[in-house]
Design a binder for this molecule. Structure first.
Ligand SMILES: Cc1ncc(COP(=O)(O)O)c(C=O)c1O
Length: 293
């Protein structure tokens, strides 16, 4: 059966799921989105994702014409319609159809799209060997510009960094803040381990307030690992004992080399492995999700 896509309340087959070329999400990247996961029949941290979606929309002055509870139901309805228990959900709210000028006032009705699909997870070996990352020349957009604290449809900043990593055959890129502190990956937050403590940059570097990041901080604290949120320099990154990325898609992925410098032993570290193991338990705990069925 063809996958069904939710568009403004209707579930339509993938081949018929279409949006106008005059939608400002397409013409100007004017919109917000979420990437959400479902594990074993539960949508992981659904309301945390919805809170972030509505906060992103608030900043860009986009009024979502649905209550959070209705949006939660729409996500669940889409997963059910596709008989999914383990899935990746892409929830997009665009400014809607307008004219060729960028003025959002021309767009009368936001478009709400929910796509649910099987997840294409990275191969197991990648988690076992860790990834090689490159520090990109592309700096994160400033917090007083198109800050990535807002999960908007503007991802060119990350795409430029990703292109650079691709060009030189690195797995991922690390993006620095406008003043040169470590910020995040292209679609992941970043953590370092130093002397048994976990450190991560604050979101005022322009990083997205990641939900996986929040969960990792909670897991670490519950396991007696001290978590510190502070500015980190590139020098500290190179000399970390361990480094890892976190995100809904990749979950937790060890970083073993950064711009030619080996990180720690050059293998996924002990604390990273503890966090990965505890994260597995955490996502499969029904208390951390909303039931689909
Ligand atoms: C720029 C950016 N940073 C970090 C993340 C990780 O956030 P989360 O853990 O909520 O998926 C994402 C996720 O898509 C992202 O796009």
């Amino acid at each position: 059966m063809e996958p069904l896509v939710y568009i403004n309340g209707e579930l339509v087959p993938k081949s018929e799921a279409k949006i106008s070329v005059f939608d400002h999400g397409f013409l100007y990247g004017d919109g917000v989105f979420e990437g959400i996961r479902a594990y074993n029949g539960y949508v992981f941290k659904l309301y945390e994702h919805l809170d972030r979606l509505y906060a992103s929309a608030h900043t860009i002055m986009l009024t979502i014409p649905m209550k959070k509870e209705e949006m939660a139901e729409a996500v669940i309805k889409t997963l059910r319609a596709n008989s999914l228990r383990n899935a990746y959900v892409r929830l997009v709210v665009t400014r809607g159809e307008g004219d060729l000028g960028l003025d959002p006032r021309k767009c009368k009705k936001p478009n709400i799209i929910i796509i649910a699909g099987e997840l294409s997870v990275l191969p197991k070996e990648v988690y076992e060997r860790g990834v090689r990352a490159l520090i990109s020349w592309v700096r994160r957009d400033r917090i007083d510009a198109t800050s990535h604290e807002v999960k908007s449809l503007n991802y060119l900043n990350s795409i430029l960094a990703k292109l650079e990593a691709n060009n030189v055959n690195f797995d991922e890129a690390i993006i620095l803040s406008s003043d040169g502190y470590v910020c995040e990956g292209t679609a992941e937050n970043i953590f370092i381990v130093k002397k048994g403590e976990l450190l991560t940059p604050p979101t005022y570097t322009g990083a997205l307030p990641g939900i996986t990041r929040q969960v990792v901080m909670e897991i670490a604290t519950n396991n007696g690992i001290k978590v510190i949120e502070r500015l980190l320099t590139v020098h500290e990154l190179f000399n970390a004992d361990e480094v890892f990325f976190t995100g809904t898609g990749v979950e937790i992925i060890p970083v073993v080399e950064i711009s030619g410098r080996k990180i720690g032993s050059g293998k996924p570290g002990e604390i990273t492995n503890i966090i990965i193991e505890e994260f597995r338990k955490y996502v499969s705990d029904p208390r951390n999700g909303t039931p689909i069925y």
